[in-house]
Design a binder for this molecule. Sequence first.
Ligand SMILES: NC(=O)c1ccc[n+]([C@@H]2O[C@H](COP(=O)([O-])OP(=O)(O)OC[C@H]3O[C@@H](n4cnc5c(N)ncnc54)[C@H](OP(=O)(O)O)[C@@H]3O)[C@@H](O)[C@H]2O)c1
Length: 412
Amino acid sequence: MSGDRELDVVVFGATGFVGRLVAGYLAGHAPGGVRVGLAGRSQQRLADVRAGLGAAASAWPLLAADSADPPSLAALARAARVVVSTVGPYRAQGLALVQACATAGTDYADLTGEVLFIRDSIDHCHDLAARSGARIVHGCGFDSVPSDLGVLLLHLAARADDAGDLQDTVLVVTALRGGISGGTLASLMGQQDEVRVSAVRRQMVADPYALSPHRAAEPDLGDERDLDWVRYDGGLGMWLGPFAMAGVNTRVVRRSNALQGWAYGRRFRYREVAGFGAGPAAPLLAAMTGAGLKATLAGLEFGPSRALLGRLLPAPGQGPGEKTRRTGYFRIQVHTRTSAGVRYLAAVEAQGDPGYAATSVMLGEAALCLALDRDQLPGRAGVLTPATAMGAALADRLRAAGHTLATRQVTQ
Ligand SMILES: NC(=O)c1ccc[n+]([C@@H]2O[C@H](COP(=O)([O-])OP(=O)(O)OC[C@H]3O[C@@H](n4cnc5c(N)ncnc54)[C@H](OP(=O)(O)O)[C@@H]3O)[C@@H](O)[C@H]2O)c1
């Protein structure tokens, strides 16, 4: 490890709900000798968090930084090899830190699911980071690691078999249980507010290639809108409904394809859906889940219903309790058919609430991957994706941490 920085990894936002979980994961899993620091705007709150992390963290340095104070962010970026940020909503709080890391040549990872923020980061920081050598990696949690690595692994399997390019590819969430935090809700509502008042931003969010590095060079593959209601899919043999995170994950996966010179294929069509099986209750369950999702999103759109929901839902700093985090889980299948007609299936699964327990493993391992596995990472810099920044090295780490990431050819 290079000694040119005081620290290997800093967690910015360590006093927040998910920041505490990520700090806890690193306290339990960072190898001895890895120099970790905690950053935030209150030294006292950081000291309180550190006190709860046990002996491994007792000497971790505390760094004062505020996202509204660019000099403090520049100092933070210069202090570490890797900064992970859980300070959200990112659209409001995040860009100045990305700029600081891109300038300092510091690797960066976060948990954003905000397409507009990632687009702004690309537009303002990609070239800067490419010049300084920084890997800026958004979406290192449940959005969008399972999607991005699942598709990458399918591509690697097809390439190893010389089975052609990926074509129709569908991610199906077959099981999911977990909670939500106040910070996630605030981020969702922030993007809703921005889209409501700006037609340009509305169009951007709706564009399947919103995160493309070369929008004009993307292929025209017809209608690539996200599924917005229930339907039966004969090919998959199951009822499908909308998946809440498709709007960000699909854009991240398409960016991964483009950043690799469209290595997945120029006819790579990608969708994400929730799967409800083929049983007699499946269409009703799919319709009820789809209606529930629409109603929640509509309720969060406008003042009066937002205020009402605000009394029921967690506030910033709050999130799912220990039992929900421990008993949650997700199971995802990614189906693809290649240009040679070969079918593959990827399974991506983990025990633990997807957005919090499993996400803290994903972001913690991403931080360690960027800090410790540099010689195994793709030789890229700029505003990247989990697959293009860390690829198989992150998949290996997540498997070692107990997550399932597996592919197989489907013969029938
Ligand atoms: N992609 C995923 O799978 C996933 C999963 C979970 C969460 N997330 C995202 O992660 C983000 C955090 O969520 P959360 O529930 O942990 O939120 P949270 O509990 O509200 O935490 C927010 C953190 O930001 C800090 N902060 C706020 N303003 C700041 C400023 N001006 N300067 C420095 N720090 C500041 C807060 O510090 P103070 O203690 O000083 O207030 C706190 O540490 C959200 O954007 C959420 O959407 C994504």
